[in-house]
Design a binder for this molecule. Structure first.
Ligand SMILES: *Cc1c(COP(=O)(O)O)cnc(C)c1O
Length: 405
């Protein structure tokens, strides 16, 4: 297989548009990715051809919707190498999936227990555990990072002990791009009998996620950062653990037998999926993963690393530009500051030139404080970006610098 970036670009309708009279340069992929025609078609097909509720109807459309909806579960299970299809639980996204884990394991925490997270956390994987600790009396421990954005593993080793119940960390940092050694950390945590939750919101789009090889207990992600619609995501968890969890939301689909005063619960995955799900979203996610898996992962990695290296090199042309996050193992995320310029002003000037980036705290306020920054400007690359996009970013930044200096 070869990798033709122009053929990929042609499949993303939004990339053909202009913004402020300039061709769109979309570099906000860590916030959400654009959607290929294959995903848009899957959504339109569902709504125009077989819109129906799932698992319920005694009619053709419902059968078809159910089949496609459950096919998506098979596609996702295969994509992450889940041992069983019922280990794939649909959620509305990463945030809801983390809250679902907190509902499951969090109820078992007690005073004296310890939870370890890292300085890299997105608010979703920090505030949820703060709250779980408040409810249970458990203690939250924070694994530090070095200024490069790499985890301080020696300190992690000292934080981990027999009281550790859960280690929750990102596969890839959304703010700095660091790829964390999740396999090594999972192994260490499991040896202490702790659960491991990997926040895969950023990791999943970089391919090659094998949950069994990682050795974690839970891996969560959102569809929308993986070329799929918003409002759908996945909790993958080991069946032996999910089976022991208390119920989450209650209602239709998750029950076995109901009387006026009592009810019993159904089997996985339905037990954790109450109510009419995001059917179109799930089908769209299945289409996105089918589309993405057909690409050459090695070529995608090489392309992304080329973009990152090229952007890092060209950034040196701009005096006062400093890249934040310099871990040797990182994905195509370039957070930076420009001396004397506020990130919000940089974002505004870039937007006028058609260049879309993220500015601000990157949903990681404690990390920004740790780094002593008000926030960053962040350019994040995806498979459809090109060196030409980066050239336009650099030109726009040069302009911003003269305007803000
Ligand atoms: C985006 C993101 C989240 C939250 O995802 P939602 O889709 O907003 O639920 C959590 N963690 C990381 C690392 C993210 O990048």
């Amino acid at each position: 297989m070869s990798f033709d970036v122009n053929a990929i670009r042609a499949q993303f309708p939004v990339l053909q548009r202009e913004v402020n009279g300039k061709p769109l340069v979309y570099l906000d992929n860590a916030a959400t990715t654009q959607k290929p025609q294959a995903v848009i078609d899957a959504l339109v097909e569902y709504y125009t051809q077989y819109n129906s509720n799932v698992h319920r109807g005694a009619h053709h459309l419902s059968d078809e919707a159910t089949r496609r909806y459950e096919q998506a579960r098979d596609i996702l299970a295969k994509f992450i190498n889940a041992a069983r299809r019922e280990e794939v639980i649909w959620t509305s996204g990463t945030t809801e999936a983390i809250n679902l884990v907190a509902n499951g394991v969090g109820q078992l925490f007690k005073a004296g227990d310890e939870i370890i997270v890292t300085e890299l956390e997105h608010h979703a994987n920090l505030v949820t555990w703060q709250q779980a600790c408040k409810r249970s009396g458990a203690t939250l421990k924070i694994c530090p990072i070095f200024d490069s954005g790499e985890l301080d593993i020696a300190t992690f080793d000292t934080l981990l002990n027999d009281n550790t119940r859960l280690v929750a960390l990102p596969h890839v940092s959304n703010a700095l791009g660091t790829v964390n050694p999740i396999k090594e950390i999972s192994l260490k945590a499991k040896q202490k009998g702790a659960w491991v939750l990997v926040d895969g919101a950023q990791g999943i789009a970089h391919g090659d996620v094998d949950v069994q090889a990682i050795g974690c207990d839970f891996y969560v992600f959102s569809g929308h950062k993986l070329f799929a619609p918003t409002g759908v995501g996945v909790l993958w968890g080991r069946k032996e653990i999910l089976e022991t969890w208390p119920v989450w939301q209650t209602g239709g689909e998750m029950i076995a037998d109901v009387d006026y005063q009592t009810a019993t619960w159904g089997e996985l995955p339905n037990r954790l999926e109450a109510g009419t799900p995001n059917i179109a979203g799930v089908i769209g996610l299945g289409a996105a993963v089918k589309w993405f898996s057909a690409l050459d992962m090695q070529a995608i990695h090489a392309h992304e690393q080329d973009l990152l290296a090229y952007a890092s090199k060209r950034a040196k042309e701009i005096e006062g530009m400093r890249i934040i996050g310099t871990a040797p193992n990182k994905v195509g995320v370039m957070s930076f500051e420009l001396a004397g310029a506020h990130p919000a002003d940089i974002g505004f000037i870039l937007d006028k030139q058609g260049v879309a980036i993220r500015t601000g705290d990157n949903c990681a306020q404690p990390l920004m404080k740790r780094l002593g920054l008000p926030g960053t400007a962040r350019a994040s690359f995806s498979i459809y970006n090109t060196r030409k996009d980066i050239d336009q970013l650099i030109e726009a930044l040069k302009k911003a610098k003269t305007m803000l200096a």
